[in-house]
Design a protein around this ligand. Structure first.
Ligand code: PGA
Length: 253
């Protein structure tokens, strides 16, 4: 059975170089005893060089939280996929709801995805509905997000694609507010169905589907054991070393 994948999205929670350094050196030590899972972290841009350097010889992979839809030019404050590869960055989160909330549309997400793939980065495509309406329209939201993002996606790059399902309404809360394992399981099946229609069954079956949204040590084990997901995208609990390691430990299959 494949190892679970746990990605820590630091967002803007870690706010100093010394804090970032301390966290990474402790995680590196603890990770030696957590061999049953793959652990990746996504620090803020400003720490990518330092963290990438610290983890050069480690199995922990380093990624960015976002990437530009452009390759170069007059795009103040943006960072291109090629620029990311000049650090030890090997993956990138794309379409995170924090970014979508600031105006990144499905079309922009599509362009970012292609730029990242062109630069040979592994891509973690984040999707998720903002509300769960009575009429089940959120299934349509998910379908649309996947369809637009994956238009023109090169078939040979499927192995570089991971999908993270994060219902926006469940993000940044406590484990009791997260989606329950049964509902995650249902959505996991639905996403796989949409992916099958888009890229074919064989390819779709190889795409890891993660869950994110208030994953904490309290709900991690039930979620991984009962929902058929490949792992987690963790936000607030990923910057608390004990909590993050407890989540990783809970993913022992
Ligand atoms: P959360 O964030 O774990 O704090 O809910 C998850 C995410 O936004 O990636």
């Amino acid at each position: 059975m494949k190892k679970a994948l746990i990605i820590g999205n630091w967002k803007m929670y870690i706010t100093s170089t010394s804090e970032a350094k301390k966290f990474v050196s402790e995680l590196k030590k603890k990770n030696r005893t957590l061999k049953h899972a793959d652990v990746w972290i996504a620090p803020s841009y400003i720490y990518l060089f330092m963290v990438g350097d610290m983890l050069k010889k480690s199995s922990i992979r380093v990624g960015a939280q976002a990437v530009s839809a452009y390759t170069q030019g007059g795009h103040t404050a943006e960072v291109s996929a090629a620029m990311l590869t000049s650090t030890n960055t090997s993956f990138v989160l794309i379409g995170h709801s924090d970014r979508r909330a600031k105006g990144e549309t499905n079309a922009i997400v599509h362009d970012q995805l292609l730029r990242a793939i062109e630069a040979k980065l592994t891509t973690v495509l984040c999707i998720g509905e903002t509300v769960r309406d009575q009429a089940d329209e959120y299934f349509e939201v998910i379908t649309q997000q996947l369809h637009t993002a994956l238009e023109e996606f090169p078939k040979q790059a499927i192995k570089k694609l991971i999908v993270a399902y994060e219902p926006v309404w469940a993000i940044g809360k406590a484990s009791k507010d997260a989606l329950n394992p049964q509902a995650v399981h249902e959505m996991q099946i639905f996403i796989r169905k949409v992916l099958t229609a888009l890229v074919g069954r064989q390819s779709a079956n190889t795409i890891p589907i993660l869950y994110g949204g208030s994953v904490e040590p309290e709900n991690a084990q039930a979620l991984i054991a009962e929902s058929g997901i490949a792992g987690f995208l963790v936000g607030h609990a990923s910057v608390n070393l004990n909590q993050f390691c407890d989540i990783i430990a809970a993913c022992k299959k």
